[in-house]
Design a protein around this ligand. Structure first.
Ligand SMILES: [Cu+2]
Length: 277
């Protein structure tokens, strides 16, 4: 059996892996950043790119070497060698990928736990998605609502609750990185702390029908003062048609309490039914 030129192959792998990492890390994959979670998320992406680059280089180098070294020579009509596997090699090529995958999964988990920590003074915002528009509810400000335009204060954690009305939609503001599916029948959530003022675009990122590509909304991140003024100026309340069963029940309960003059005596005051943790 031919001995492999291990040193040269490993060196080629390291050089190719390093080159590929350098090239790929130059690309600004996600664009501008405007939320606190973007740092840990982008670093996670960079680490994944580097690890993947070396794995890809390893496969390319060894595959390329094998294809070249043991290619069919002109006139060679014979069968290849009768090879019956190699237990030691198989153990290694199973063990190493398992370690890499478990390592990256553990790292991702740690990042997720970190970016999903909830602040005590967070602001609640309800997001109602339907073909093909977005409506937003501000339960902390008397259940006001806005259509097609979301406002949030800068440097405050927003606790988004997503309510899909018809099919699955997905909430994505690229500058905030975090993406969350809106699923009919259940309430999903995400906490996001925008850390830069400006106007951004909310994009539906789950193919939801013929008008999917137009399902966007304007997102305005502004000072808390401006935000409070804007919400106070809203006229509309969240339409009862948009409320989930839990929210509708909660609204009904509150209305009845108000009628009987026993407001606030029931379940804890949470703004709307879905906001109790
Ligand atoms: Cu969509």
């Amino acid at each position: 059996m031919t001995r492999l030129p291990i040193f040269k192959l490993v060196l080629a792998t390291l050089v190719l892996g390093a080159l590929q990492s350098v090239v790929l890390l130059q690309v600004n994959w996600f664009g501008d950043a405007a939320a606190t979670a973007t740092g840990p998320i982008d670093t996670l992406m960079d680490v994944t790119i580097v690890v993947s680059s070396f794995v890809f280089a390893l496969v390319c180098v060894f595959l390329g070497y094998a294809v070249y070294k043991w290619r069919v020579k002109p006139g060679d009509e014979g069968d290849g060698l009768p090879i019956h596997g190699n237990t030691k090699l198989e153990v290694w090529w199973t063990l190493i990928p398992v370690l890499i995958v478990v390592g990256l999964a553990g790292y991702s988990w740690a990042v997720l736990v970190d970016i999903e920590k909830k602040d005590a003074d967070r602001i609640n915002v309800d997001v109602y998605s339907q073909q093909f528009e977005w409506t937003f509810g501000y339960p902390d400000s008397g259940g006001k609502s806005s259509e097609g335009e979301l406002h949030v204060p800068v440097n405050r954690q927003i606790d988004f609750k997503f309510h899909a009305q018809d099919v699955i939609h997905s909430f994505w503001v690229p500058e905030w990185r975090i993406k969350k599916d809106n699923v009919p029948g259940i309430t999903t959530d995400a906490v996001i702390t925008p850390d830069r003022e400006g106007t951004f675009q909310l994009i539906c990122t789950e193919l939801c029908g013929i008008g999917h590509t137009t399902m966007r909304a304007k997102v305005v991140v502004e000072s808390e003062e401006k935000y409070n003024q804007w919400v106070a100026g809203l006229k509309e309340k969240v339409s009862p048609f948009l409320l989930t069963a839990d929210q509708a029940f909660e609204a009904q309960r509150k209305a009845e309490e108000r009628e009987k003059g026993i407001e606030g005596s029931g379940v804890e005051e949470t703004g709307s039914g879905d906001h109790s943790d």
